[in-house]
Design a protein around this ligand. Structure first.
Ligand code: NAG
Ligand code: NAG
Length: 404
């Protein structure tokens, strides 16, 4: 459950004589039946000689009226049952094997219920273990409250209750009884607070914050270059394994030029380049199937995708279609187009890496020609910019034929 709902606080007044704490906040509407939890309660002891006051275990009686305590009576005079259901020895007793008797309880409407109690002297070889188990089982069902009194108020340690409990409800968390007598008959108690901490269970799986995640990476990026992060949240208690998410890449489409072009940081979700060979011209896009799992990768799982666009990185030079062009131009015509020089470029069309720009790099004596870039950006256009004259004789007139 989200941490905000974690603490339930109850305030209540401490009665002078009797106080009961019931799990009323867990009251989900399931039918409630009065009666003992079991027809037979078996308590094991590990030795035949039982002294007076020894506690054997508890009988559990469910009273839907929610009084939390009951009046019991035992048919065997050796045993007595306290109002919380604890069965204890009223007198000393030597138990050879088994002793059975009945316990009666009355609900708030006066109806009587009966259960059997079996007290067994267990085999000596494992008696310590059985005793331990019995103690453990009881402490899980009903925690023993250790109370201390500071000056005038009672202090109750927080009670832990796992979330997602099954019914039947109301379910007993603890029963608390106190008996206070004032010497002068004028005791007033302050309200007492009981904190019930609901213990988180791993009941939320991770959720990706986006799906798909979109990223881009320049082609020919070096290995280890991190270019995007994926992220999943988990609504369970932060800082516990229940919310500790790890990421993995399940598959890559296309699996070319090799199936492990990318690698993910399992903790941060950062995706980085794992291999050379990113090539936009051949594989312009990759789709990764990614997984997030809580319990440090071993718990609940969710999957999503990351779509990666490979961007161009000007890894192609423009190419002239021919290495030599021959052209003729009429004389005396400034502005005449001499020749067009088409080129091709393997980079992404219309991107800056693809658009060509032309200049004359060799001999252009006299500046008779200029070159410009055609509107399609894939062609150079040479034009005449000064008067050219065809010269039959050399002499007074300088001819511009040189270099054409
Ligand atoms: C304690 O509980 C476990 C599991 O519920 C059960 O197997 C075992 O028999 C119980 N022990 C005693 C002594 O009741
Ligand atoms: C993941 O998303 C959550 C919720 O949007 C945010 O608080 C957290 O900072 C994000 N983590 C990363 C590494 O971006």
């Amino acid at each position: 459950i989200p941490p905000a709902a974690k603490k339930i606080k109850w305030c209540f007044f401490f009665s002078l004589f009797l106080l009961q704490v019931l799990s009323s906040s867990f009251a989900e509407q399931t039918p409630c039946l009065n009666g003992f939890d079991s027809e037979v309660f078996t308590f094991k002891v590990d030795r035949p000689y039982l002294h007076r006051g020894r506690k054997l275990g508890r009988v559990l009686f469910n009273d839907c009226a929610g009084r939390g305590y009951n009046i019991y009576s035992s048919t065997d005079q050796h045993f007595q049952v306290d109002i919380d259901g604890t069965v204890e020895l009223k007198t000393q007793l030597t138990l050879h094997k088994v002793q059975e008797f009945s316990v009666h309880a009355w609900d708030s409407e006066g109806m009587r219920y009966t259960a059997s109690v079996r007290v067994e002297n267990v085999d000596k070889t494992n008696h310590h273990y059985a005793q331990l188990e019995e103690t453990k089982n009881r402490s899980i069902n009903v925690p023993l409250l250790k109370l201390s009194r500071t000056k005038r108020s009672w202090v109750i340690p927080p009670l832990n209750v796992p979330e997602n409990q099954r019914g039947p409800f109301p379910k007993e968390i603890a029963v608390l009884m106190a008996h206070a007598v004032a010497a002068d008959g004028e005791v007033t108690e302050k309200p007492m607070e009981i904190i019930i901490t609901v213990i988180d269970a791993n009941d939320n799986k991770p959720v990706f914050t986006q799906n798909p995640f979109l990223g881009s990476v320049p082609e020919a990026s070096p290995q280890e270059f991190e270019f995007m992060i994926v992220n999943a949240t988990d609504a369970d208690e932060p800082e516990t394994d229940n919310a500790d998410v790890r990421y993995t890449i399940i598959s890559q489409d296309p699996p070319q030029p090799n199936p492990n072009m990318f690698i993910i940081n399992s903790i941060t979700g950062g995706i980085r380049v794992n291999s050379d060979g990113l090539d936009r011209e051949n594989y312009p896009e990759y789709t990764l199937l990614i997984q997030a799992a809580d319990m440090m990768g071993n718990g609940l799982v969710t999957t999503g995708t990351a779509v990666i666009t490979v961007t161009d990185s000007n890894d192609h030079a423009p190419q002239f279609e021919k290495t030599t062009y021959t052209a003729s131009v009429p004389e005396n015509k400034v502005g005449a187009v001499v020749v067009k020089l088409p080129v091709t470029d393997g980079d992404e069309p219309q991107s800056p890496a693809w658009m060509a720009k032309f200049k004359i790099s060799g001999v252009n004596n006299g500046g008779f020609f200029s070159i410009s870039t055609g509107p399609n950006k894939q062609e150079g256009i040479i034009t005449a910019v000064k008067v050219l004259q065809y010269c039959i004789t050399t002499g007074k007139i300088q001819c511009g034929s040189e270099g054409v």
